[in-house]
Structure formats: C-alpha cells, structure tokens
Design a protein. Structure first.
Ligand code: COA
Length: 277
C-alpha cells in the first residue's frame, strides 16, 4: 500500500506513536500516515490476529511496530502495554485515543450495560490511555489526539450512548489541555464524518443508503482513512505547535445543516429493517 503524504518523509523519524484501537479502520489509517513520515508505532487492540495483519502492513511502510493485545477498559493491561512499548520503541511522543464501540439503537431499547459498555470503551478507555501515558508524554513534551465524532455536538437518532461518550471525550480533552499545558503536552480531538470502509460506516449506514447520505454531505462524499491520517500527522507535528484544546471537525461539512435529514433517513431505513416480514 502506498501513502501519498504531503509532509517531510522524516517528520516523525524515530518518534513513537501509540494508538488504541490501532488495528483497523480510521485508527489504522492514522497509523499508516505516521509510518509514512518515519514514526514507529505501538498499536493496541483486542484481537491479536488483527494486530498481526496491521503490523505486517505497517512494517512494509518501514515502521518498527509493537503490538499489544489489551482492552482499553482494563487499566493494568493498558499500563503494561505502554511499559512494554516504551522498552521496545522508546517513550511515546503522540498518543491517539481511538478505541471506540458503537451500535445504533433507539434509546428506549439500549440496555444499561450496553450504554455503559460504550461509555467504558470510549470515555473511560481514553482516560485510561491518557493516565497511563502521562509520564511518557511529559518526558517527550508530546501530545494527545482523541477521536471524537459529530455526535459530540449534534444529537443523532439511535446514538444517545455514543453522543454522551464523545461529548465527554471532548470536554475531557479540554480539561487535559488546560492542566497539562504546563508540562508541554498538547491535547486536541478530531471529529471525523463517515469514513469509507470502516466498521463505523458498516454499523451506522443502512444497506443501500450510502448514496443518499453522500448527497447530504456538502463535499458529496464520505471521508477516507487518509483524510483523518493526514490531519492527525499535522496536529501531532510542530506545524500545530501552538494548537491545544481544540476539536477539529473533518466531516466534509456533514454537520453544517444539522442531523435532521440524516436522522429521518436512518430512522426510516431502520424502521423498514425492523418491520416484521
Ligand atoms: N444492539 C443492542 N445491544 C447491544 C448490541 C447491539 N447491536 N451490541 C451489544 N449490545 C449490548 C449487549 O446486549 C450487552 O448488554 P446486556 O448485558 O444488557 O445484554 C452490552 O451491549 C455489552 O455487550 P458485549 O457484546 O458483551 O460487549 P463488548 O464489550 O464485547 O462489546 C460493544 C462492546 C457493544 C461496543 C461492541 O459493539 C464492540 O465491541 N464494538 C467494537 C467495534 C465497534 O463498535 N466499532 C465501531 C466504532 S464507530
């Protein structure tokens, strides 16, 4: 796989980037773009087999890769993964809090445990990563990028749990930017729109609706993992050295008209899917 990177090839030479949920989707796209500018990568995921496939691809791009099978909800496991990654690749310069869970469901049908699972993976898992990575980031005067979503600031039907989690992430990002600026640590988040080929799109876009949904996006297309990968490299680099506490929305303009049309389409499609035959 070739990456067209607009940055200097050695921008992250010898630096370590640690990515939770890094074995697939947007997060793997981010990993690829860091590999293209010389970074070494620590990736965490729940399934070792998926991590192995991702690592092979990243090594082909020239990166050293350290894989860690761990659940971000398990703090000691994440701490251990970060310790081991440091031993293999050196202290992390950039932390990407990308691990996330989602399933679309009407609020009155979400079980308390389903709601909690999403909060635990997205919000608590992001805190775990920041808390466990703090000492390394302090040492490198590094930075954190959280993967947020439009649901953080726009209500979407069937996304009550995700909206709560992502809004929490963005507010935590601002808190950490405020507190950790004194250590030279920058914190920002990215709110991607729908990204082509990801589990998120598979779960959230009803079959046959992609073209209709694309027409509702001002730029007329879904994003690509590279759209988010390039933005992540920019935010983590000295090019963004004075940017902290900011959410960057990279959604092709999806959220500008609000979520009404999207919500109506999704609700209609979901209702059709749930109709007894
Ligand atoms: N609809 C309704 N409830 C669901 C569900 C669905 N599609 N998927 C999971 N749940 C509920 C379960 O029923 C369970 O609640 P219960 O104990 O009251 O029955 C709860 O969520 C936890 O499910 P479980 O499968 O045990 O959790 P998990 O920790 O293994 O998985 C999820 C977490 C639910 C977020 C799962 O969807 C996941 O692992 N997602 C990761 C990948 C992903 O979502 N990627 C897209 C990111 S945008």
């Amino acid at each position: 796989m070739n990456i067209t990177s607009y940055f200097a090839k050695d921008l992250f030479q010898g630096k370590t980037v640690f990515i939770t949920g890094g074995s697939s989707g947007i997060n793997l796209g981010i990993a690829r773009n860091f590999a293209a500018v010389g970074a070494n990568l620590g990736i965490v995921g729940r399934a070792q087999a998926k991590l192995d496939v991702a690592a092979a691809e990243l090594r082909e791009l020239g990166a050293q890769v350290s894989t860690h099978s761990a659940d971000v909800r398990d703090y000691p496991a994440l701490e251990q993964a970060m310790r081991q990654c440091r031993e293999e690749l050196g202290p992390m310069h950039t932390l990407i809090c990308g691990a996330a869970g989602n399933f679309p469901l009407a609020a009155e049908q979400i079980s308390p445990n389903g709601f909690k699972s999403v909060l635990d993976i997205d919000l608590l898992g992001s805190f775990h990563a920041c808390r466990a990575g703090f000492e390394q980031l302090k040492e490198t005067q590094g930075n954190i990028i959280f993967i947020s979503a439009g649901q953080a600031f726009m209500p979407y039907a069937f996304q009550a749990h995700v909206g709560a989690a992502k809004a929490g992430i963005d507010q935590m990002m601002r808190n950490l930017a405020l507190e950790w600026g004194r250590f030279g640590i920058r914190c920002n988040s990215i709110a991607p729109g729908p990204i082509e080929g990801t589990e998120g799109v598979r779960r959230l876009v009803p079959e046959g609706s992609a073209d209709k949904l694309k027409k509702m996006i001002p730029l007329g297309r879904f994003g690509t993992p590279d759209d988010i990968g390039q933005l992540s490299v920019f935010l983590a680099s000295p090019l963004a050295g004075y940017i902290t506490g900011t959410r960057v929305v990279a959604d092709g303009g999806q959220n500008l008209p609000g979520s009404g049309a999207w919500t109506q389409l999704i609700m209609a499609e979901m209702a059709k899917a749930q109709k007894p035959q």
